[in-house]
Design a protein around this ligand. Structure first.
Ligand code: NAD
Length: 502
């Protein structure tokens, strides 16, 4: 990580001239309407740039460019080894510009520059390299037919794949979609969030420099219900890869149904339980994980452990230690490399999160952390300090709905069965954590936790090699790992009757 002081980052931010146009067919272009939207730095409240606000016509241009590139076959029918070489070059170029891209992400989202540099960019690069390396190691299949007939089961690209992504981890999430899609030979249209378009827009230039043929990767900035909706309704988009809210995920399934039955994979919200049983083997570690599992990235994390289920005998001691640790996490300037906790993504989102805290208190929860004033020099509007609500129950809306901010609901449970019943009593099913010294019991318990993943004696670990996704309102389909290729390929059966050959 760079050792540059905050003053250097501020100077770089002032000198920045980000790309703000759409990237379509290998060229940067304005929206056909000439319309723009502001991308606002939450730390300052000022617009960093005016970005092209693409509409339905631009979405159509991007999909046409992508379809033409797919039909030309220069990418789709190139050898996996050729695609791998280009994608590895792209990963190197991203790595070469990691500081620039990290700065764009921090300016767009308010996340601390140390996180953008140490977490987001390395994860983005690793993801791209992993899928680039995977694609020339995947074999197709031959079915067990009789001798004169050959039946091949090919993993074939789908054509044009649209990726619609949120703002909390802009490049990482975009890359978990576009890396497998491109590696498999598809053309892609990426629609970044209107709150965080800048790092995605920079990718176009790097993709061209890496040698990706024109039209294979297109980047379409715009407002969700306009640019995003047009992509989702487009008749030539074969698959939709989405990360975002459950509300929009449901809309996308509707758009697919109204248009061409495009396949839809959805990584939506969560309200994940983190269960700590009375035999927790290392309480200090569990306390640290519980805090970082909900307050990292200002709590704007889909798989955050936002419901902390504490077994009654350890409830008070655990909570006391957690409160002491939380008191050390205070908001700071996101461009200061020492800052671990920044502003939320926007003033409007912070207002929503504060509203949830007030709702929780009105529902009977106890606010256990102070509403500390903004530190000197920081705007108060986007700041929400790490907040812990005690004595919550699943009957409260704060414990049922996704808040997507630094708010932890603590619940008291009585043993494993009560904990599992409480954890599963949620409309969401993304993740669950379980801390116990009895690993045999934990392995039996994971069968009963109805979530996409379960962490035992750890929390929020993940890796590109391991599938990521949920059940219930948390979505369907899996990102990451070789299983991600299922979202961007079809199993094509090819029959060849050898007896007919001359
Ligand atoms: P969002 O659903 O509001 O927006 C996500 C994307 O969808 C954006 O690009 C937006 O422009 C687009 N969009 C909005 N309306 C649309 C429409 N009508 N048609 C097409 N596209 C549309 O979500 P957000 O506020 O950007 O992100 C926060 C949400 O994302 C949270 O609910 C969080 O849980 C979820 N999330 C989930 C995961 C996961 O992997 N499960 C990861 C990160 C974030």
């Amino acid at each position: 990580m760079t050792q540059a002081p905050a003053s250097d980052w501020h100077a770089r931010a002032r000198a920045l001239v980000p790309e703000t146009r759409a990237f379509i067919g290998g060229r940067y272009v304005d929206a056909a309407s000439g319309a723009h939207f502001d991308t606002v730095n939450p730390a300052t409240g000022l617009a960093t740039a005016q970005v092209a606000a693409c509409g339905a016509g631009d979405a159509d241009r991007a999909v046409t460019a992508a379809q033409n590139a797919f039909d030309a076959g220069h990418w789709a029918q190139s050898s996996p080894a050729q695609r791998k070489a280009v994608l590895l070059r792209l990963a190197d170029l991203i790595e070469g510009e990691a500081e620039h891209l990290a700065l764009l992400e921090t300016l767009d989202t308010g996340k601390p520059i140390r996180d953008s540099l140490a977490i987001d960019l390395p994860a983005t690069i690793r993801c791209l390299r992993w899928f680039a390396e995977a694609i020339d190691k995947l074999y197709d299949e031959i079915s067990p037919t009789q001798g004169s007939v050959l039946s091949m089961i090919r993993r074939a690209p789908l054509g044009v794949v649209a990726a619609i992504v949120p703002w909390n981890f802009p490049l990482v999430t975009a890359m978990t979609k576009i890396a497998p899609a491109l590696a498999a030979g598809n053309s892609v249209v990426l629609k970044p969030s209107e709150l965080s378009p800048l790092s995605a827009l920079a990718l176009g230039r790097l993709a061209a420099e890496a040698g990706l043929p024109d039209g294979v990767l297109n980047i379409l900035p715009g407002i969700g219900p306009e640019a995003g909706r047009a992509l989702a309704l487009h008749m030539d988009v074969a698959a939709l890869l989405f990360t975002g809210s459950t509300t929009v995920g449901k809309l996308l399934m509707g758009y697919a149904a109204q248009s061409n039955l495009k396949s839809v994979s959805l990584e939506c919200g969560g309200k994940s339980a983190n269960i700590v049983l009375r035999d927790v083997p290392d309480m200090a570690r569990a306390v640290q994980a519980a805090a970082m599992g909900v307050f990292h990235n200002q709590g704007q994390i889909c798989n955050a452990g936002t419901r902390l289920l504490l077994d009654a005998p350890i409830h008070d001691e655990f909570l006391e230690r957690l409160l002491a640790l939380t008191a050390t996490l205070q908001p700071g300037d996101p461009l200061n490399p020492d800052t671990r906790f920044g502003p939320l993504v926007s003033d409007a989102h912070a207002t929503r999160v504060r509203g949830w805290v007030a709702t929780g208190v009105a529902e009977g929860a106890q606010r256990l952390t102070p509403d500390s004033p903004a530190p000197p020099g920081l705007r108060s509007e986007p700041l929400v300090p790490p907040t812990i609500l005690g004595e919550t129950t699943n009957a409260m809306s704060v414990a049922r709905e996704e808040i997507f901010g630094p708010v932890l609901c603590v619940m008291r449970v009585d043993g494993l069965d009560d904990a599992i019943a409480t954890a599963n009593d949620s409309p969401y099913g993304l993740a669950a954590g379980l801390w116990t010294g009895d690993v045999t019991r934990a392995l039996a318990a994971q069968h009963r936790l109805n979530t996409g993943f379960v962490w035992i004696n750890t929390l929020r670990v993940g890796d590109i090699s391991t599938p990521f996704g949920g059940v219930k309102l948390s979505g369907q389909g899996r990102d990451k790992s070789l299983h991600a290729f299922d979202n961007v390929t079809q199993r094509k059966s090819v029959w060849l009757d050898l007896s007919a050959a001359p």
